[in-house]
Design a protein around this ligand. Structure first.
Ligand SMILES: Nc1nc2c(c(=O)[nH]1)N=C([C@H](O)[C@H](O)COP(=O)(O)OP(=O)(O)OP(=O)(O)O)CN2
Ligand SMILES: [Zn+2]
Length: 126
């Protein structure tokens, strides 16, 4: 069996949003403290014995958060064009983090966005 290690970090950001074309109160401006879980898989360890340093995953994720934290997401690309749903936010993080973290042995495997304490979306790709 080939080894597989999954590293997970959790961070968060606060922002406002509203949902376009949505029947319900969420079509009005409101805010969330979104929790962002990033899962990264490695098929081998480095010389230290890590699949990927948590710090590197957090730094990459927080680099993206800086562009969202305390903004109205509807004002910020791509959410000025696509709805800032948890699904679209999860796909956004997955794509951006894959660009900077993926290598021959490491791959972003999933991003989970918790919109509230009781509701989340996980984005993965086959
Ligand atoms: N599949 C999705 N459903 C909903 C999303 C989403 O992104 N993906 N988003 C919303 C709204 O943004 C809303 O703010 C969150 O709704 P909800 O989970 O219902 O939040 P509440 O805390 O108000 O709900 P409770 O009933 O108090 O649990 C809606 N749906
Ligand atoms: Zn909302």
């Amino acid at each position: 069996m080939a080894p597989r290690y999954t590293m997970t970090i959790v961070t968060d950001f606060a922002a406002a949003h509203y949902l376009r074309d949505y029947e319900g109160v969420c079509n009005r401006l409101h805010g969330h403290n979104w929790k962002v879980e990033v899962h990264v898989q490695a098929s081998a360890l480095d010389r230290v014995g890590m699949g990927m340093d948590f710090k590197d995953i957090k730094d990459a994720t927080r680099g993206l958060l800086g562009g969202l934290d305390h903004y109205n997401l509807n004002d910020i690309a791509p959410f000025d064009q696509i709805n800032p749903t948890a699904e679209n936010i999860a796909a956004f993080f997955y794509s951006k983090l894959s660009d900077v973290l993926n290598s021959d042995v490491v791959k972003v495997s999933a991003v989970t966005i918790w919109e509230t304490d009781r509701a989340c979306v996980t984005y993965t790709e086959d």
